[in-house]
Design a protein around this ligand. Sequence first.
Ligand SMILES: Nc1nc2c(c(CN[C@H]3C=C[C@H](O)[C@@H]3O)cn2[C@@H]2O[C@H](COP(=O)(O)O)[C@@H](O)[C@H]2O)c(=O)[nH]1
Length: 306
Amino acid sequence: MEEVRASCAWVASHSSHVTVDSSGIEKVVESVQDSIPKVEWNFEGIHYFDGGPRTVQYLFVLDALNFCFWPDEELSYDHLASGLKKALEHDESVFDAVRLQKYTGPEIRELLGWSQPLPLEDERVRLLHEVGHELERNFDGKASNLVESCGKSAAQLVALVTCHFPGFRDHTVYKGHQVFFYKRAQIFAADIWGAFKGQGYGEFNDIGSITIFADYIVPAVLRNLGVLRYSSSLGNVIESNHEITSGSEEEVEIRACSIYAVEKMRDLFRVKSGKQVLSVELDLWLWSFGMQCPSLRHHRTLSIYY
Ligand SMILES: Nc1nc2c(c(CN[C@H]3C=C[C@H](O)[C@@H]3O)cn2[C@@H]2O[C@H](COP(=O)(O)O)[C@@H](O)[C@H]2O)c(=O)[nH]1
């Protein structure tokens, strides 16, 4: 996780299109006074939970597919989480590793109850196969074994997931430097922690090591709060809904500055209130805020990472 923090800080200090505004961070910290509003994990009531290994399997499949909904204006994360939940309630072996290796695009649509082709559908198929194959090869088919082998360390879980599953290796090169985000690997650790309420599979001694999950919603919220400022040309691109290429300076800066800014927010909150706050908690607060403002303009990048 240190690599995520350090590389994102490097981007923030060499950024050309995005600025982190420290007065914006101060305003946010002042506005929440002594405590960050608590948002319940699964506040939407859309996730599967049975308290056991099947939930871990569900969350791993969920986060293998947890990216890029925006090209279909009707589709959202909710459809993914609730569609997979329904599928599992209907058929308890639906996410068995052997079956994950065989799904076709139309079958994944059916799992989600979606009649249209999904955005980046071929990639979704490939990533699901990769998950099934690698789970079967190294973890006896079970994502719960993956979690159990991490010694209650979220950082170790992220390391293991990115080591075994290439589709989770969310990183890039910016101005000659390797930059790490690991959005879906980190959100998987956070989802386990949230779903199991820090107990059992969700017990991690280092949940504070996780950063926020650099998606397309949280940066839009940070910009709206005055924490991120965009150059006028980047602002125009966002306002006009033009696509931003994956790996471009703009895209990397938006994501890296978001992670860096929230780490700064966390530091300032600790100094001002004397309380520790987790990036996972800040993320859920910011993200759920974004969910309540569907009119917020976000950047549009075709990516398998978020
Ligand atoms: N930073 C961050 N990004 C998150 C999530 C979640 C869901 N987390 C669950 C965990 C507990 C809660 O109860 C949530 O349900 C999804 N996303 C991302 O947002 C985008 C959704 O796009 P659209 O549906 O088109 O608006 C997409 O990139 C998706 O990957 C999060 O928590 N943090």
